[in-house]
Design a protein around this ligand. Structure first.
Ligand code: FAD
Length: 464
């Protein structure tokens, strides 16, 4: 924890915009600092990308989520909510669908036998992953494209047979603009996960999924006096100087206007540019320039399992999916899913891709047809429920030299802060990185700026 928790005597009024995990984390930290906090979420419920929905008779996350043993900030957060000791840890297996065959890639021996590659190509592939795990400074990686870095170390064969299909599956055509920091961050997370476990891949979840975490978290915030507003989209934020007093006026639409001393927006960068007209042209240009990956993700409840693998990676280019995620290899089917099986079918793409708006029925039909071709035993008659979730702004794309073009967190509008997951530099998007970023940037940038503007009372807070 970076900010010492000594309560202020005069509370400033803070508005946190966006009720995803970043917004909840910031509201949590600020309330512990004795501030007067409101959190406004546009959707009817809190949680953003982690929020849940009903699929048939089951309530579970709209998008698949697992926790790693190495997710220390998230585990600390869960501990503070009394949920950490409930996490169920499960050993997982990884599959690969390559050359029309499904195979296991869950350990080193299986990796070394991976049929599509020659022995030499496998050695170069293994060496590349090992090298990425040893590199400490992401800045060297973000200067070069992911394609050129992988070609250099893995060679043509392994690149074209393994990396290229995986990059296309994960990033679509956006892989061409992506830096090598992407593969570096991914490798670091997986290596860390294994280092902190017994060399096995262990993934965890809280019984009840994120719906339960969010219920407990929002209740705890409300108990501590945080005002939680769902169904409250923030349209505009404007600094007003009137009668010798300066404040931020927030327009929630439908004539609802309220004043705050400080506003932290956690929503996607291009949306922040629209929220505050008073930002400078340079700030707006930087916010709009952040490109995002979006996702369309099928959720399917079945009465039988389709594979023993949590993730099945796909290198066959005819398969129009990023991967196949069988959540019920981790989540207890009887306890949580009414004895059924839960499979996610995601397809990631750049935020302005037309397919993000593809009708649900078209996406569903493509998924079912694909599964019928991939798995002999799969039948659409086994599908009990199918829903399609989509999100335009999932993760900021780590383009070449991304860190040098980031918009500022402390903006030129006094008291208006722009702090969202686009500031994750040394990792790929996940809840742990998001919470860590919120904690660190609040302590290192937002809070010192607030103090410098005179926003603290006697006996106030210090930053450690
Ligand atoms: C398919 C998928 C799989 C994932 N798997 C994992 C995983 O296994 N493990 C893991 O740790 N992480 C995973 N993640 C990542 C995780 O979900 C994110 O790291 C996290 O949810 C980001 O939270 P956030 O608060 O930054 O953003 P968001 O959740 O996007 O929150 C932003 C919020 O702002 C709200 N908003 C937007 N505009 C306005 C407005 N004008 N006014 C008010 N509110 C507004 C939105 O409705 C939203 O609730 C996954 C994500 C996806 C999409």
């Amino acid at each position: 924890m970076h900010v010492a928790k000594e309560r202020s005597e005069t509370n400033a009024r803070w508005l946190v915009v966006g009720g995803g995990v970043m917004g909840l984390k910031l509201a949590d930290e600020l309330s512990q600092l004795g501030q007067d906090v409101t959190i406004a979420e546009a959707a009817p419920q809190f949680g953003g990308l982690t929020s849940a929905w009903e699929l048939g008779d089951v309530t579970w996350d709209r998008f698949y989520h697992v926790t790693l043993l190495s997710d220390s900030v998230l585990r600390r957060q869960l501990e503070s909510l009394g949920l950490e000791r409930e996490i169920r840890w499960v050993e997982t297996k990884t599959g690969f669908f390559a050359d029309g065959r499904l195979m296991s890639m869950s350990n080193t021996m299986e990796f070394l036998r991976f049929p599509p590659l020659s022995l030499f190509e496998r050695i170069r592939l293994g060496g590349t992953i090992f090298l990425a795990s040893k590199i400490r400074d992401f800045r060297a990686m973000e200067k070069q494209s992911v394609e050129s870095w992988l070609r250099r170390w893995s060679g043509k064969g392994a690149f074209e047979k393994v990396w290229l299909p995986l990059l296309k599956a994960k990033l679509g055509d956006a892989y061409r603009q992506t830096s090598a920091a992407f593969i570096w961050a991914h490798t670091q997370r997986m290596y860390k996960a294994r280092r902190s476990g017994a060399k096995k891949e262990m993934f965890g979840y809280v019984p009840g999924g994120y719906a339960r975490i969010l219920d407990v978290w929002t209740q705890s915030l409300s108990d501590r006096g945080v005002r939680l507003l769902s169904g409250h989209p923030v349209n505009h934020v404007r600094r007003i100087n009137e009668d010798g007093e300066s404040r931020l006026e927030v327009d929630f639409g439908d004539g609802r206007i309220e004043s705050f001393d400080n506003v932290i927006s956690t929503v996607a960068s291009p949306l922040i540019a629209q929220q505050c007209d008073q930002l400078s042209d340079d700030e707006k240009a930087k916010l709009i320039a952040v490109k995002y990956l979006g996702v369309v993700c099928g959720s399917m409840l079945l009465n039988r399992s389709i594979s023993p693998y949590y993730v099945t990676n796909i290198t066959d280019t005819w398969v129009p999916l990023t991967g196949i995620i069988e959540m019920s290899t981790i989540v207890d089917s009887d306890g949580e899913l009414g004895g059924n099986h839960l499979v996610y079918l995601p397809k990631y793409m750049i935020d302005d891709h037309d397919d993000l708006n593809e009708p649900d029925e078209v996406y569903k039909e493509r998924c079912l047809k694909t599964l019928e071709q991939m798995y002999e035993h799969f039948s659409r008659d086994d599908v009990l429920a199918f829903r399609v979730a989509r999100a335009k702004y999932v993760a900021a794309l780590s383009t070449i030299n991304y860190s040098t073009r980031l918009p500022p967190i402390v903006t030129s509008v006094p008291g208006f802060y722009a702090l969202n997951s686009a500031h994750i530099l040394e990792g790929n998007l996940n809840v742990n990185e998001t919470l860590h970023l919120g904690e660190v940037k609040l302590a290192d940038e937002v809070w010192p700026d607030f103090l410098a503007r005179g926003g603290v009372a006697a006996g106030g807070m210090r930053v450690g």
